[in-house]
Design a protein. Structure first.
Length: 134
């Protein structure tokens, strides 16, 4: 589970970096972004088992709701920031340049997260770390 999520992060980051060279204008940005969305869905699918293996059953709804609120806030901030950067540089490639850098860091964030002791240690989760259902 951890390995698949790390590999998915590298794959998404590499595809974002490739988009820097493939995007020329608004039309190519839209067409290529549709393809990239499928690649990003693979990373989302890799995150599901990891979420179930790290969050306790008793607090699962509460913690995933909190995660959703934080994600939506960061999505808003990121969208506004990238919109400003696209306007500043007058180029759509900048979005993929910075997005690729962030996604390429996801395996590092994953490793750092796994080094710390879980605050939910000892609580029962829905899956074990390898993805098998309990």
């Amino acid at each position: 589970t951890r390995r698949s999520c790390g590999v998915a992060g590298l794959f998404v980051g590499a595809s974002q970096r490739a988009m820097v060279f493939l995007v020329r204008d608004k039309a190519t940005c839209m067409a290529r972004y549709m393809l990239y969305t499928g690649v990003n869905a693979l990373m989302g699918a890799a995150l599901f088992p990891m979420t179930f293996s790290h969050l306790p059953k008793e607090k699962f709804g509460q913690l995933t709701s909190c995660q959703g609120l934080i994600s939506q806030g960061l999505l808003f901030i990121g969208t506004m920031t990238l919109g400003g950067l696209i306007s500043l540089f007058d180029n759509y490639r900048v979005a993929f340049f910075f997005g690729g850098a962030i996604y390429l860091l996801s395996p590092i964030f994953l490793l750092v997260m796994l080094k710390f002791r879980s605050p939910f240690e000892g609580m029962e989760t829905s899956m074990n770390a390898e993805g098998a259902v309990k």
